[in-house]
Ligand binder design. Structure first.
Ligand code: NAP
Length: 311
């Protein structure tokens, strides 16, 4: 089936961000095909992709696949780290190979990476021009993931979205926090002063759509920070989320507890943070539906949604 707007192939289209993007694209008239490890309607497997290439009529390719890093049931072992790495780098390479071998190439390849590219700091502000990507496991993973997205052929536009923590009811960090906060057991992590780079799931999906479609005849290309313009600290986010749920959030989560539960290297995603600015998204004319964390949290818990929220 071909959508009137074309067919978008999404690696990891079953996931939290992938399924939100897929539903937005369908509303806009696109057909979507997911590359997944599990069979299902409108899906192909990674093996089929490697053997038979991109499905006919594919006009854009997105990769949002990756083993869930914050799965609390998985210990931070060398084997799990290898899975976290390979599930991002290898799927991205598989899609880039398929794009370049296609007889009729899609016009754009959009991939995700993380703000873990930038070194955690309380004060430093980062834009897409800032350096990074070379100091720890997660930052090196971002570099390798972004390198894997570089196409070995011409004439296909490329966009990489360095994502902050995506706020939505159906996945990511909120899924881990929802119950404890609902029971009034939430609280800041450590002293709560660390920045928490965030973006609402609807804005994230809209940014991917902008990356695919462009706007006013202008196309995006290169790296874009996928974060909201208003930077908050962990404590400010905690307050906004608890207040959207109308719950107290007094009980701080000690940093050492997260280091024990998640392993220090991985716990950094929560115990440290970066002040990241979406300079290029703003320059490209992207309008956020949820620029402030209070309205984003209210939408996440279902209290009030922006009238133009497409999801
Ligand atoms: N959520 C966030 O806050 C956030 C922030 C920054 C970056 N990101 C990145 O954005 C991507 C999507 O995030 P998400 O929250 O949507 O993730 P998610 O809900 O965990 O979904 C990711 C998808 O990846 C596929 N997958 C999982 N393990 C895999 C493996 N070992 N090999 C191949 N595919 C695998 C799964 O699809 P199948 O089961 O169908 O194969 C899954 O649906 C991830 O790479 C993540 O690192 C997310």
């Amino acid at each position: 089936m071909t959508g009137r707007m074309g067919t978008v192939v999404i690696g990891g289209g079953t996931g939290f961000i992938g399924s939100a993007l897929s539903s937005l694209l369908k509303k806009k008239g696109y057909n979507t095909i997911t590359v997944s490890r599990m069979p299902g309607p409108q899906r192909i497997s990674w093996t089929e992709l490697a053997n038979s290439g991109l499905p006919k009529g594919c006009t854009a390719v997105v990769n949002l696949a990756g083993q869930n890093i914050l799965n609390p049931t998985r210990r931070w072992t060398p084997g799990f780290k290898q899975n976290v790495w390979a599930s991002r780098v290898n799927t991205t390479k598989a899609l880039s190979t398929a794009i370049c071998s296609a007889d009729s190439k899609p016009s754009v390849f959009v991939t995700v990476s993380g703000v873990g590219y930038y070194k955690p700091s309380l004060n430093e502000e980062y834009t897409e021009d800032s350096s990074g990507g070379n100091f720890d496991f997660l930052s090196k993973l971002c570099t390798e993931w972004e390198n894997a997205a570089k196409l070995p052929c011409d004439n296909v536009r490329q966009v990489i979205i360095r994502s902050g923590i995506v706020l939505g009811r159906n996945g990511g960090m909120i899924q881990q926090l929802y119950l404890p906060f609902w029971f009034g057991l939430g609280g800041p992590i450590g002293n709560g002063l660390q920045p928490l780079p965030w973006i609402h799931i609807s804005d994230m999906s809209r940014l991917f759509l902008l990356a695919i479609e462009g706007q006013d005849g202008k196309n995006l290309s290169g790296v874009y920070n996928g974060v909201a313009p208003n930077i908050v600290t962990n404590a400010e986010f905690t307050k906004a989320f608890a207040s959207a749920l109308r719950r107290p959030a007094f009980i701080p989560v000690p940093q050492f507890a997260l280091n024990i539960a998640f392993g220090e290297e991985r716990a950094k995603i929560m115990t440290e943070g970066q002040r990241v600015k979406p300079k290029r998204a703003i320059e490209s004319g992207f309008v956020y539906l949820y620029p402030n964390v209070d309205s984003a949290c209210k939408a996440v818990v279902g209290v009030s949604k922006h009238p133009e929220d497409p999801l």
